[in-house]
Design a protein. Structure first.
Length: 267
């Protein structure tokens, strides 16, 4: 009688059921990889529906569902039957800012958290820019502050555009593309969520005074960046955002904004 083989130990961790992946998901994944990898840059076009059906060897409904998924994620702009093919949008701050804006309007988050996030993110942008900026960065920031002074108070829209460009330039001066992307997206999300309300709430005189104060604030930040004083630039940035937005957020969110004013240890 042959000897019994020793029992092998069994794994204690349970396996999870495997879910089948639908064809449209595979199509969407392949296109997304090409977009993120740079093979399909922003502004380029995907092949038309018929050509996608041929290349992927799938039906029209599969292609359209894949395009719908990619469009909902902000990677492409697609119209059924477009003979030119879907337009590639790529990864952009607009996609992220829209997602943040929706999050701020949902029950999962709120405007106070979004503004607090911007206070913290902007502060770190200032810290990096103070250490890593170039002379070209300082020259561009000076031009933007001068433009803001010229546009105030007669051109609020142009003033807001120059203000946004100032913050984008600061974020890019830090040399971290991901931080720059997030900083721009959060800035745009905050503007979309609340600036229109502020414009309606303020009369012409109040708006003019706010723009003049903003010009002074931006000059102070620029001076701190030029001096390499990241801690001062960060502190000025957080304070200005707090003073501008705190009166317009729900009272229960104001302690959240005050908490973001606190200095970090060692700064």
């Amino acid at each position: 009688m042959p000897a019994e083989s020793p029992e092998r130990p069994t794994a204690r961790a349970a396996f999870r059921p495997v879910r089948p992946v639908r064809a449209y998901q595979r199509v969407a994944e392949q296109i997304e990889e090409r977009v993120l990898g740079g093979d399909l840059p922003p502004g380029s076009r995907l092949p038309g529906e018929r050509e996608l059906m041929r290349q992927f060897d799938v039906g029209r409904s599969t292609v359209r569902e894949a395009l719908r998924v990619l469009q909902s994620s902000g990677l492409i702009r697609s119209r059924p039957g477009d003979p030119l093919g879907a337009e590639v949008l790529g990864v952009s701050p607009d996609t992220l800012s829209h997602a943040l804006g929706r999050l701020a309007r949902s029950h999962l988050s709120g405007l106070g958290e979004l503004i607090q996030f911007r206070m913290l993110l902007d502060a770190e942008s200032y810290r990096l820019a103070a250490r890593l900026h170039s002379e070209d960065d300082l020259r561009r920031l000076t031009e933007l502050v001068d433009e803001m002074a010229r546009l105030a108070p007669g051109d609020p829209h142009g003033f807001s555009e120059a203000d946004g460009e100032f913050h984008r330039t600061v974020a890019e001066a830090g040399g971290n593309a991901l931080l720059a992307l997030c900083a721009r997206a959060v800035h745009d999300a905050v503007v979309d969520a609340i600036e229109s309300k502020l414009a309606r709430a303020e009369d012409t005189g109040e708006a003019a005074d706010a723009m003049r104060r903003s010009v002074t604030h931006h000059r102070d930040i620029l001076a701190a960046l030029r001096a390499g004083d990241g801690a001062r630039a960060a502190r000025l940035g957080r304070q200005a955002l707090h003073d501008h937005y705190a009166p317009h957020v729900p009272s229960e969110d104001r302690p959240r904004l005050r908490a973001a004013l606190e200095e970090e240890p060692g700064t």
